[in-house]
Design a protein. Structure first.
Length: 570
């Protein structure tokens, strides 16, 4: 039986796992002592056709036996790869047995082997299974999903890091997972469905991972995984890719397909890692970075992120002082009639005159403002300043009375206090008429404030103010929003204009958006018109108005004033 070279068999005899080598026709080439002991010298009885002596493997201690075609060696013979397959083998004494973990791969014929075959490796994991079952009954768990609670999870991470002290080459991975827009699911389908989704989600996490991996629910829509004994960085990345693939399949809850979008952050812990909370923080930082980068589903933590976070922290502290220190300024970008190219209004776009870093674009601070809630005072400052500015131009240039100013509103402004009262008092204070004001809101405003938003928007419109849906096409772009909410204008996101001359699909979408807007009686504004080609395309589609570098970049108040003056002079 032992047809292997002495070196090989010496190696296998000293290995703690069972090793079995078979030919494609079940002839045993080699079985080491460990495997013989595990199978009580009766390994070959696994494929006996005589039921009275046949040995069977089971999926669980009380579940059904594995059918012949699904036995691990049979799977490998048929060309499948077997990894981490856990099965129960009852022993000859009643009520006893072993939990075994199988891995297997094909082996091609070579000097040592007379013909091609397969290798099966078996590990006895009974001890771990017993410990896991005991832990299951005593450990505090999340009452909805049954997953470990945060405190226990942190404890497990602590132990894993302590173990690394004895194994300097070991590696663990922490994965932080956030479900994007769970609130949207709750609002759209109800909390009951949201809860069932979370249970299914937790189940999918567990079944996509190895049984020794630890899964925890940290908060309502956040989860964390601890992967121990990982072989390499790339092995973790492929586990995450596999997990993402599984979570990306729709969940069917009450016959309803629900697509879940997740962002994940990965942090690695090695012998130098000391505190579990640090690892968790690193993984969550990476998750936030992934969330903020469109098209990125996971991100691995790097030290540079720490620097980035520290940089953001400094920016956040400085931003708190920006309003009282009068460091914010407004730029104005003309919105023109596509037919005549005349300016009909302008969008107010905030800039920050940072004392050390110079003039900053909103991309570098709006997200920080959103996260910290500073967007609320910032947003109201912008609205007041934009209204004051237009009113002052109207006072000097009589034709400016027909221009409008378009102001971006953040979702946070709507979730706080009396929005309508605040807008009313800003109009009264600046003496601007409602008809000269447009408010731009994105779909997130509708998602995050769904209960009272229709009523608030209706009251805003009653003040003569126009409502515009901004960046249309980038969010959920749910057509139902357009029917349900009282909008006047649809602003088509720049990405559709950008690609419409190269991508036929984008052009098709653009055409249907134009048609849709017409059917709903909405006015259209195309964002990001940069070239004559964009312009002629939009003109051909009979889009009413547009905004973009072709006409003008955002201008300082002074330059905008000059532009208004010039237009009416002509
Ligand atoms: P947005 O509301 O979609 O504003 C349009 C952005 O597109 C502006 O960038 C504008 O400069 C840029 N843009 C206009 N035409 C073109 C073009 O032809 N090509 C290209 N590549 N870009 C063009 P900006 O000023 O950097 O503002 C970025 C975003 O920051 C805004 O997107 C808006 O979401 C946010 N933001 C700006 N000001 C405020 C504000 O006062 N409050 C709030 N809540 N958000 C603001
Ligand atoms: Mg806008
Ligand atoms: Mg926009």
């Amino acid at each position: 039986m032992k047809a292997l070279s002495n070196y090989c068999s010496l190696l296998f005899e000293n290995c703690i796992d069972g090793v079995i080598i078979l030919t494609q026709t079940h002839d045993i080439i080699y079985v080491n002592n460990q495997a013989e002991a595990l199978f009580e010298n009766e390994f070959s009885l696994l494929w006996s056709r005589n039921p009275s002596i046949q040995k069977q493997l089971f999926y669980g201690e009380k579940s059904s036996p594995v059918v012949a075609a699904d036995l691990p060696f049979q799977q490998v013979i048929s060309g499948a790869k077997v990894a981490d397959l856990e099965l129960f083998l009852p022993s000859s004494s009643p009520g006893k047995g072993h939990w075994l973990r199988f891995d297997g791969f094909p082996l091609s014929a070579q000097a040592d082997l007379p013909q091609s075959g397969i290798v099966i490796m078996v590990k006895d994991i009974t001890g771990r299974k017993i410990a896991a079952a005991a832990a299951l009954t005593t450990v505090p768990r999340d009452s909805l999903t049954g997953l470990l609670q945060r405190s226990v999870f942190i404890d497990r991470v602590d132990h894993a890091l302590a173990r690394l002290n004895h194994d300097p080459s070991g590696l663990v991975a922490m994965v932080y997972i956030d479900i994007n827009h769970l609130k949207w699911v709750n609002d759209a389908f109800g909390h009951d469905i949201g809860d069932r989704l979370l249970v299914e989600f937790a189940h999918r996490l567990i079944t996509s991972l190895r049984s020794e991996d630890t899964v925890s629910r940290l908060g309502s829509d956040t989860f964390a995984l601890l992967l121990e004994d990982v072989a390499s960085y790339s092995a973790v990345v492929s586990t995450i890719e596999h997990l993402y693939g599984s979570l990306d399949q729709p969940f069917f809850i009450a016959d309803q397909p629900i697509q879940v979008d997740v962002s994940m952050g990965i942090a690695f812990g090695d012998a130098d890692s000391k505190h579990p909370e640090d690892l968790l923080r690193a993984a969550s930082m990476a998750m936030y970075q992934a969330k903020q980068t469109s098209g990125q589903r996971y991100r691995v933590f790097e030290d540079a992120m720490q620097t980035h976070v520290e940089g953001n922290l400094r920016l956040e502290i400085a931003l708190r002082r920006a309003i009282p220190n009068q460091e914010l300024v407004l730029y104005y970008q003309p919105i023109v009639s596509i037919r005549s190219k005349e300016t009909i209004g302008f969008e107010a776009l905030v800039r920050w005159q940072h004392p050390e870093q110079g003039l900053l674009d909103p991309v570098s601070f709006i997200q920080i403002a959103e996260r910290t809630g500073l967007i609320i005072p910032l947003g109201w400052w912008v609205l007041r300043e934009a209204c004051r500015q237009l009113r002052s131009w109207q006072d000097t240039e009589v034709e400016a009375k027909d221009l409008f100013v378009s102001v971006n509103m953040s979702s946070a402004q709507f979730s706080q206090g009396d929005v309508v009262g605040k807008i009313t008092s800003i109009l009264a204070e600046t003496q601007l008429q409602g008809k000269n004001l447009k408010l731009e809101i994105t779909e997130s405003v509708l998602i995050e404030n769904s209960a009272s938003i229709v009523e608030q928007l209706t009251r805003i419109r009653a003040l003569g103010i126009k409502l515009s849906i901004d960046d249309f096409g980038t969010g959920y772009s749910s057509l139902s929003y357009l029917y349900r909410f009282p909008f006047d204008t649809l602003k088509i996101d720049r990405s559709f204009i950008e690609d419409a001359d190269t991508s036929y699909d984008k052009l098709e979408i653009l055409q249907s958006m134009v048609r849709l807007a017409w059917n709903l009686g909405l006015e259209l504004v195309a964002e990001g018109i940069e070239t004559e080609k964009h312009y002629s395309q939009l003109k051909a589609l009979r889009c009413e108005s547009g905004q973009g570098y072709l006409f003008s970049k955002p201008l300082t108040a002074m330059a905008m004033e000059a532009l208004i003056h010039k237009q009416f002079e002509a």
